[in-house]
Design a protein around this ligand. Structure first.
Ligand code: NOJ
Length: 554
């Protein structure tokens, strides 16, 4: 049985990692060229965002052929080489399976449009409710109605995302068989991990009724009981046949109870889930397009309740601050100025010592921060551009709308990896598809030469591999009422040893009173981002700006 707690996964956004042929877009040969860099981190697996054939309306999440590599990224031979080269450094490959929807360019959709009944049943095609209306009032997550006209017919097709991403009808056993077939195809090519995109929205109610409001609307298609049934089936027919495979489901607006069911080993669904509640603590009234300082107490209580309850239920969480859909965590929860390094180390510590499997998004190990774009024309993401138009429509001034996009756009983290301080950040010899802006200070060359973040990540990864307390321990919250410090202990049922983790989330000194549980035993520091030397924890612990301390009893 695989020990998920010992694994660390790195995420590569292929379009932005490294461009080997000067077209301004990252590619598979670019990734191969950078394997020596990846090897230094000692991660176990890499999750690659989709590089399959796609018109790229949603950067590859609109797949037109699940079996072929898009020529912009390379060829099947490049992919096979990538798998083989990564295998040499013991790094597995995790592919992104986008099964809730496919591109309207996919032959399934094209055949459906041409009148083929079999393929029409792959999609949600519905007539207007009454003449001139849509089948129901659902909204696309990228803005606008979730329905578009199906060719010249009287029907409409459902798309929870962009109109070029048509939702697949998972109630149709043929669709489910296609999904298993695709997973098995890539398994045969040596793929050992699968990430399933928005997989908890595949079980729409059979009858697609109007929603009462946007919150209730999600319940009509999110976490429905049939999702568990379909995941069990997919598991049985594909990845579940190999006990070494790691899977992660991206769960939109899920619950702890469902996440336990998705991941409890005895359910035979998935290894772990991505959940997002902790990344909405800077959403004013739940609205993404808002700017407000993050709510620290909310962040703490969310992390705590997920840690405790997933453990109680024997579920398993993926741990992450960043991905290709999020602005950089350092720009949201840390300090991008004076304490950039300290706060990057602190955020990493707070996350990497939790119970779960940590994911590191490319560039996080350099302490990357949001680019400083000056104009809406610097952005390309479909969600951001739609939101900008919508914000203007709601009456925001262009400057106010721009500021909101700047704070939350997905392009923030999609900016090319900074390899060096040059104008293109060493990412390409051509024109980068998104412009880097702060590479002068933050880049791989500088980081490997004299930086303090990359090597700190190396230490955190090593701790997870060397300490059972960190890879498998239970979570005990500490200092729950403290308004600056996120602290916790990790413990095992079969030993009195503990690890204590303290993280000061702010740029000011603070003193915390420790419970006797922390002060009674001798121990040693496992890691800290400040010089520290404590063989016993004091009753009053002084933490400096963004200080983290990982301490273990002897
Ligand atoms: C989640 C992906 O991470 C995101 O990038 C994408 O736009 C949506 N799913 C739709 O596939």
């Amino acid at each position: 049985m695989i020990n998920l707690g010992e694994k660390v996964i790195y995420q590569i956004y292929p379009k932005s990692f490294y461009d080997s042929d000067g077209d301004g877009l990252g590619d598979l040969q670019g990734i191969i060229a950078k394997i020596p860099y990846i090897a230094k981190l000692n991660v176990d697996m890499i999750w690659f965002n989709p590089f399959f054939v796609s018109p790229q309306n949603d950067n590859g999440y609109d797949i037109a052929d699940y079996y072929q590599i898009d020529e912009r990224f390379g060829t099947t031979a490049d992919f096979e080489q990538l798998v083989a080269e990564l295998k040499k450094i013991n790094v597995g490959v995790m592919l992104d399976m986008v099964f809730n929807h496919c591109s309207t360019q996919h032959e399934w959709f094209q055949k459906a449009l041409a009148g083929n009944k079999k393929y029409q049943h792959y999609f949600y095609l519905r007539p207007a409710k009454v003449a001139g209306s849509l089948p129901n009032n659902w909204q696309s997550k990228f803005g606008g109605p979730a329905w578009s006209r199906f060719g010249q017919s009287e029907l409409y097709y459902l798309h929870l995302y962009d109109p070029t991403q048509a939702d697949l009808d998972w109630h149709n056993p043929d669709v489910r068989a296609e999904a298993s077939k695709i997973v098995n195809f890539w398994r045969k090519k040596g793929v050992q991990g699968f990430r399933f995109d928005v997989i908890n929205v595949i079980g729409k109610d059979h009858e697609l009724v109007d929603s009462l409001n946007p919150i209730q609307e999600k319940t009509l298609y999110t976490d429905t009981p049939v999702v568990h049934q379909y995941l069990k089936e997919l598991n049985q027919n594909s990845f579940g046949q190999d006990k070494e495979i790691i899977t992660v489901g991206e769960m939109s607006s899920t619950s702890i109870a469902n996440s336990i069911e998705y991941t409890r080993p005895q359910e035979h669904e998935l290894s772990m889930v991505f959940t997002f509640h902790h990344l909405k603590v800077d959403y004013k009234n739940g609205q993404k397009w808002s700017n407000m300082p993050f709510d620290f107490m909310k962040l703490k209580s969310l992390l705590t309740s997920w840690q405790l309850n997933m453990d109680r239920g024997n579920g398993w969480n993926a741990l992450f601050w960043n991905n290709h859909d999020q602005p950089w965590a350092l720009s949201r929860f840390g300090d991008t100025g004076k304490y950039r390094i300290k706060s990057a180390q602190m955020l990493a510590t707070a996350l990497h010592c939790l119970r779960g499997t940590p994911f590191i998004y490319q560039g996080e190990e350099l302490g990357m921060i949001n680019p400083d774009y000056k104009s809406i024309s610097d952005y390309v993401d479909v969600e951001s551009l739609n939101a900008y138009k919508e914000l203007l429509r709601q009456g925001k001034t262009p400057q106010a709308a721009f500021n909101l996009i700047k704070g939350k756009s997905r392009d923030n983290s999609r900016v090319p990896m900074h390899w060096d301080a040059s104008a293109t950040a060493g990412f390409t010899n051509g024109t980068p598809w998104l412009q880097p802006t702060n590479q002068a200070e933050i880049n791989v060359n500088a980081e490997l030469d004299h930086g303090e973040i990359f090597n700190y990540y190396q230490k955190l990864i090593a701790l997870r591999k060397n300490y059972r307390l960190i890879s498998q321990g239970h979570f005990i919250p500490l200092l729950e009422d403290n308004h600056a410090v996120f602290a916790y202990a990790r413990c095992l049922a079969d030993s009195s040893e503990k690890v204590f983790v303290f993280n000061n989330f702010y740029g000011t000194d603070t003193i915390v009173k420790l419970p006797t549980m922390c002060t009674k035993q001798k121990g040693k520091i496992l890691l800290s981002n400040y010089p520290n030397n404590l063989d016993k924890l004091p009753q009053e612990l002084h933490l400096r700006p963004y200080e983290s301390l990982v301490w273990c009893t002897l």
